[in-house]
Structure formats: C-alpha cells, structure tokens
Design a protein around this ligand. Sequence first.
Ligand SMILES: [Fe+2]
Length: 281
Amino acid sequence: MIASIDQIQVHRAAGALGGFVSGVSLADVASSDGHYRRVRDLLVQHEVLFFRDQEQAPSVFAAFAKTFGDVLGHPAYSTVGEAPDVQILESTPENPSKIEVWHSDMTFMQCPPSFTLLQGQIIPEVGGDTLWASATAAYDALSPQMRAFLTPLKAVNDFRHGFRESLAERGGAERLAPAIAENPPVEHPLIRTHPETGRKGIYANALFTTHIVGLPSKESDALLTFLYQHIVTVEHTVRLSWQPGTVAIWDNRSTQHKPVNDFFPQHRLMHRVTLTGDQPV
Ligand SMILES: [Fe+2]
C-alpha cells in the first residue's frame, strides 16, 4: 500500500541547500509516477535530499535511482553482484578512502552525471559524514563584476587529475589506461546554467578541474583557489550524519560534495548509483 503523495514532507536542512524527506519510501517512488514527480521537484529545488530508514535491497535502491535517469557506470569501482547498477564504495583500514577534496562527480566527462545516490550500508560509529555545497548559492553571492568576468570563461577537467594518486600506485597506470584513453580532457563552461531551474552556478572543482582556458597559469590557479574556497563557505553547505539505511540523492549540476575522512580505522561501506547527464552549457 503506497502512502498518499500528500504525506510527502520536506524539512529544509540548511540555509543554502538540503532537505530531509519523510512520508515516502524508495519503493513508492519507483512504482508511482506521481510520487516520483513530487520528489524530483523537491530534489531540483533543494539540490540534495536525505531519506532516513530506507534499508531496502540493492535492487529496490537501483529501481528508485533509475526513475531519475539512466545509470552511468564508473571505470574505477566494483559493483553489487545481484544489482550490477549499484557500485560499492568501501573504506577499510587496509584500503582507506582516497577521495579527500570537494568535487562534483565525474566532471572529466563531456556529459557529466546529473544525479548521484548513496545508500548507507556499514556506517562508522563516529565520523564519516558527508558535506554538500551549493554552487548556485555561491554564484549568487558573487559581485556582479565577478559574475560578468567569469561567465564567458571555460575550464578544463581531466580524469588523470582526479586519479593521480591511483595512477602513481604500482600497476595503477596499467589498470586505469583504458579509462584514460576513453576520457581525454574536456572543456566546460566555468559558469553553468541549470537545465531545469535556469539558475547559474560555479562549475569548477578541486578534484578534476586543471585550469581556466586562456589565462596564464598564475591567474588561473589564483582564481580557481578563490572559487573553491568561496563555493565551500560554511553558509553555502549542509552536513549529513549517516545511519544504516540513510539515502542521499544530489544534483551534480548545482552542488559539490566532500566526504569527511575522520573515521579511520573504522569500516564504512556505501552503495552508489550515478545517473547520466547532459553536456553543461
Ligand atoms: Fe563524489
């Protein structure tokens, strides 16, 4: 029995972005177009949504994800046996998480992902939160002069920049060679317009963006350093403490995120689905 759409509620999580959604399950959204449309509206509006107590099977998590778009694989992660659309993100004492910096997912692609979803599986007793920042709130907070300067610029994004530590490991270059061949560096607009809301956002991230096209490297480095700090100003962020069964879905077109790697040597395991997106404009 599906709960009524009217029972779906959202509580804003922070000033700039984020909403906790209640009154709906992953299965409800996967099976009802009306529930899906309501949740998608909330997602685009709040930029990241959180659902508690959704300890549902990987197949249900994947079905929920696929209502929002087509699944995109990732060249560097393994997947769940019975649900191959679901990737495994695992951090253990022997193999701790390598992603430390703020980023938007896979911006090294010509058409980077629209949405990413995570479902908490094994959650550390302490730590392991995730932060998100609103790139649209950050854009809105810039002066008109700075917006005008940034708007015509483009920036290069490169897979090799994001995976340079993995590439430096023994065997890393051979393992990642196919991914590198498939993902040459790409140019994206530095200021991106969201295709659904029309809001503008800063579209450069410390993980994958290498430089701004046409600027000397000193100016490019200084400007990117400023933008990265500006985007993640505390007032532009929201922070989630995970529980087993917590699901987050976020809009990569308007946000960046950062895992907080403060839980070593505890074990953390998440399930993830990433969805295809359009070419940024
Ligand atoms: Fe990510």
